[in-house]
Design a protein around this ligand. Structure first.
Ligand SMILES: Nc1ncnc2c1ncn2[C@@H]1O[C@H](COP(=O)(O)OP(=O)(O)OP(=O)(O)O)[C@@H](O)[C@H]1O
Ligand SMILES: [Mg+2]
Length: 323
């Protein structure tokens, strides 16, 4: 788990890039960070491997203060795909990918096998590309090499700063799918910065939405579609996308509605069938003595209480990714 406690960052010129971040990024999950340009995503990410030092506050990895770790060892133990590729120009693709395994003094055969395996995984034929130099590759191909390099030594934490941004939509979707499959096997702690909401909803276990140096919301993709903390988050995701993805929530609410309930004599709150599971939970939390009457086209179709709502929420979380 990566924990930020009251982290702020003020650069020398006075720019306040981070304005008080307190949150935890869970282990073995893929967490996407998304937000407008300049909101502090890269700065936040670079604090995890100490390329950026907080002005105030602290960063922990598995409850250990990272400033107490050896800086070099810390950096080598974390894979990092930087935003603008960052391959070393006078080294071949193979040498670039093998950088950290080499520093860790892996055996030569093991390094070669690992380089080939990773290149095949991202769709770069080793025999063709291994001996080339970065400038002899397209931007998208270089980005793939950057991904290989970050994964090469099999680190537990991988930081990826817009790793797929220079790819065409088809390659991008292929790599997203590859990353998701890979993550199912390797279960690393991946922190993934992106500008693309659909990408975040597709690949992430958790999404952090940032604005102007602050975190506006952190939630699973499904919970985020169901409930937004504020108008900024709602607008950032986009109403159209929310409606499109929400069908799932509506179906759930309908599924868990008890169609007839004679025994209930307590208070009733009304909720529309189009509402999300999270909105229903909010309403019941506000009126804990009540049940919800579910309205479809103005008619009560049934009732829902704490128990069935909890079942709906569990079904939602267990329901797999959006497709
Ligand atoms: N070394 C620096 N000195 C001064 N200001 C900086 C420095 N690095 C970043 N900033 C500023 O801090 C803010 C956050 O920058 P950061 O790179 O973290 O944004 P970002 O969310 O990653 O943006 P993008 O989506 O464009 O990559 C910006 O206003 C940026 O100009
Ligand atoms: Mg950035």
């Amino acid at each position: 788990m990566i924990t930020f406690k009251n982290v702020t960052k003020k650069f020398q010129d006075g720019t306040e890039a981070l304005k008080g971040i307190s949150m935890s990024i869970p282990s073995n999950k893929l967490t996407a960070i998304i937000g407008p340009s300049g909101c502090g995503k890269t700065t936040l990410m670079r604090m995890i491997n100490r390329l950026e030092i907080p002005t105030t506050g602290e960063v922990f990895i598995d409850n250990e203060l990272i400033t107490e770790r050896d800086e070099i060892e810390l950096r080598r133990s974390i894979g990092y795909v930087i935003q603008r590729i960052g391959l070393i120009p006078h080294m071949t693709i193979e040498e670039n990918i093998a950088l950290v395994p080499h520093l860790l003094q892996w055996e030569k055969d093991k390094i070669t096998a690992r380089v080939d395996e990773l290149m095949e995984m991202v769709g770069l034929e080793p025999e063709i590309f291994k001996h080339r130099y970065p400038l002899e590759l397209s931007g998208g191909q270089q980005q793939r090499v950057g991904v290989c390099r970050a994964l090469a030594s099999n680190p537990n934490i991988v930081l990826m700063d817009e790793p797929f941004s220079a790819l065409d939509p088809i390659s991008r979707e292929q790599l997203q799918e590859k990353l998701r499959q890979l993550q199912l096997q390797i279960q690393k702690t991946i922190v993934f910065v992106t500008h693309d909401m659909d990408e975040a909803l597709e690949i992430a276990d958790y999404i952090i939405i940032m604005r102007d140096g602050k975190v506006e919301q952190m939630a699973t993709p499904k919970a985020l579609i169901e409930y937004q903390n504020n108008d900024f988050v709602r607008d950032f995701i986009g109403q159209e996308r929310i409606m499109r993805k929400r069908k799932f929530g509506t179906i759930l609410l309908e599924k868990f509605t008890q169609f007839y309930d004679r025994t209930w004599e307590g208070k009733i709150q009304q909720i529309k069938i189009e509402a999300s599971v999270d909105e229903a939970i909010q309403l019941l939390n506000q009126y804990p003595e009540s049940r919800l009457a579910v309205l479809k086209e103005g008619q009560v179709i049934g009732y829902i209480g704490h128990h069935s709502l909890l079942e709906a929420a569990i079904a939602r979380e267990g329901g797999g990714h959006f497709k």
